[in-house]
Design a binder for this molecule. Structure first.
Ligand SMILES: NC(=O)c1ccc[n+]([C@@H]2O[C@H](COP(=O)([O-])OP(=O)(O)OC[C@H]3O[C@@H](n4cnc5c(N)ncnc54)[C@H](O)[C@@H]3O)[C@@H](O)[C@H]2O)c1
Length: 309
């Protein structure tokens, strides 16, 4: 199938493109390279350097007539959203509306959206279910929740089928050290360079780390399954930032100690996603455990940061 991938030059998007090609689909990449990297895009994918929030996006739909849209393009930095709420909303909310508008106008059969656990906001230490109350604590989280509401309304008003995927903290090769799930790439890059990383707060905050190839698989499965549903995409398990750091120091045989910094605005204490709905309706289960995923990511950074290591 012809699949338009917005943000396909980014961390997660480029893995989605790779898996689409492996699965026999035809990806069309739209990315303005704000944080993405053209070198991440598979050579066989057609590439358009277009901003999804600009009117030019329509020309891609006219030319390519995609059957499916996988929408990942976004401003992904929570701290940036708090400093720049207008720019965040412009990229994340208006960008999504433009893509929805074109998807409706050009008869797209399925709209798949990358949302985030940031829509839940601060909750007790529990496995979050899709039905839990939504109380985002950052403008980024609000921009994802607003996009979800636009998608649901486009579907009801214009019969545009969708699947919304709410990711926990995604990690893996090609991740930049900025952004929501960047802590693993920040730690790995710092430790490989012999520098002590920062830990914000007491380090006892927990995260649910999901490997990028598992997330790419959830997107590809959503082409055929999970119509008009919202799914958590996480591992159902939690790791504290202190434990993550220990894992990384033992993997890299490093004896660095982290530098403790005050907690950051908008950061939540606990985050763990119940993934049983995705298992049941999408047939999705995470395949990579943290150790395997960290090893694969570490090998990637060793090749790219210290070539020849
Ligand atoms: N990384 C995570 O842990 C995580 C967690 C939850 C949700 N998400 C969501 O997954 C998606 C992908 O995130 P990522 O981590 O790969 O980030 P990323 O920054 O690597 O990828 C985003 C891509 O979108 C492109 N882009 C941004 N604004 C654009 C615009 N206006 N027009 C065209 N292209 C634009 C960027 O250049 C980049 O290539 C995002 O929607 C993000 O909110 C990520």
């Amino acid at each position: 199938m012809k699949v338009l991938v917005s943000g396909g030059a980014g961390f997660i998007g480029s893995h989605v493109v790779d898996l689409l090609i492996q699965s026999g689909h035809e990806p069309i990449v739209v990315d303005n390279l704000r944080t993405g990297n053209k070198e991440f895009v598979a050579q066989s994918a057609r590439f358009f350097d277009v901003d999804i929030a600009s009117p030019q996006i329509e020309s891609v739909f006219v030319k390519e007539k995609p059957e499916v849209v996988i929408h990942l393009a976004a401003q992904v930095d929570v701290a940036f959203s708090i400093e720049n709420p207008v720019e965040d909303a412009n990229q994340n909310i208006l960008g999504t509306i433009r893509l929805l508008d074109c998807s409706h106008k050009y008869h797209v059969k399925k709209f798949i959206f990358s949302s985030s656990c940031a829509v839940y906001g601060e909750k007790d230490d529990c496995n979050l279910k899709e039905t839990f109350p939504l109380q985002p604590r950052s403008f980024y989280g609000i921009s994802k929740l607003s996009s979800e509401l636009y998608i649901e309304n486009f579907s009801q008003l214009f019969n545009l089928p969708y699947t919304i995927l709410r990711y926990s903290n995604v990690y893996g090769p090609r991740q930049s050290s900025k952004g929501e799930g960047g802590v693993i790439s920040v730690f790995l890059k710092k430790v490989l360079n012999g520098e002590a990383p920062y830990i914000f707060g007491d380090g006892e905050q927990t995260r649910d780390f999901v490997f990028v190839k598992d997330v790419a698989n959830a997107n590809v499965l959503s082409i055929e399954k999970g119509s008009n549903e919202i799914f958590n995409i996480g591992t159902n398990s939690k790791t504290s930032i202190n434990d993550l750091f220990q894992n990384i120091t033992s993997l890299t045989s490093s004896n660095l100690t982290p530098i403790l910094m005050p907690a950051r605005k908008g950061d939540i204490q606990y985050s763990r996603l119940d993934n049983s709905k995705a298992a049941k309706l999408l047939g999705w289960n995470p395949v990579f455990d943290l150790k395997t995923g960290l090893n694969e990511t570490l090998n990637y950074y060793r090749r790219t940061i210290n070539p020849g290591h």
